[in-house]
Ligand binder design. Sequence first.
Ligand code: SF4
Length: 383
Amino acid sequence: MQQLSEEAKKELEKQQYRVIGKHSAVKVCGWTKKMIKGEGGCYKLKFYGIMSNQCMQMTTSISCANRCSFCWRGYKAPVGKDWEWDVDEPEEILKGSLHAHKKLLDGFGGNPEAHKGAYEASKTVRHVALSLTGEPITYPKMNALLKRFNQEHISTFIVTNAQYPEAIRDLEPITQLYISVDAPNKELLKKVDVPLFSDFWERLLKSLDYLSQKKQRTCIRLTLIKDENMCDFEGYASLIHIGDPDFLEVKGYMFVGASQQRLNYKNMPLHEEIVVFSKELVEFLPEYEIVSEHIPSRVVMFAKKKFKKNGRWYTWIDFPKFHELVLSGKEFSSEDYLRVTPQVGISGKGTLEHNAQLQEQRRKKKESMYVNEDTAELDFWKE
Ligand code: SF4
């Protein structure tokens, strides 16, 4: 059985990770901290209604079957094709991760920069983002863990790199399931993801096929690396058509962590380049429309047209409804737990100057950027 060495554990803790049991880890997301400081939330707040201050970022496996060039993980991070760890119990992971997350936020208690209400709310985790590092879906007891999160009324997003199709097929309902599509064709995927599996392409195709059969919310995420994978619109469109997701996120690569040893600052596209790419891509996807953007994260969101009703987009999640449905054990679909999206649209001019003005306005509005679920529709993201 594989074990995380004491040295590797110390290295992770130095980077503010907390290792839970033998194969899981937690790290507080930068957006969770920003939200507590009243500096606004992440793009998943704007697109889907996730409260960043009540979000816990974690993984159930620090091991991965890829060595993606754009990933912040170093090449020393554990990799492997098969599960090689002793299996921790879901309850141990649930309790251990919530405890570690809370402890990591303790410092905000006496921090004058913290918004008191946002900090108090952060003590009750309402969402878990299973996407921190590694490939969470390989954890053999994932469905039992998801059930525990559901029972605690904690919504779940999982991001998978599509190398374990059967794990996707066998996954019980979750709030939103993501597949990362990192390149538009086989040759580029090999270059960008550096996969361990020789049949990586077939695994991706099969995973997309299983994604298309899911009844609850699904999303495909593209990570655009300038001069590497911002090409072949037909290739991306044909993969998207196989996966048939409800939503698409087209996001720019961020020059962070160990990826800086493999890529260059210039590989990071500007937000307006993401907008231009998205506008071209949507031409190949007649069943989708561009809905929204989040400039600090350099991301544009598309949704299927069925989420637009009477001229209004419904991409936010009705969390109480989701929990009611998932706990009922009855069949339900992504259209059964929707809320109206408070703010939509993308930066009209798409020029550098225009975006700089928006950033400045955002900075000035800092004071009013903490929201709670009741006021979100009134005063958030007015640009
Ligand atoms: S949803 Fe993701 S980006 Fe947003 S606060 Fe949670 S971990 Fe961070």
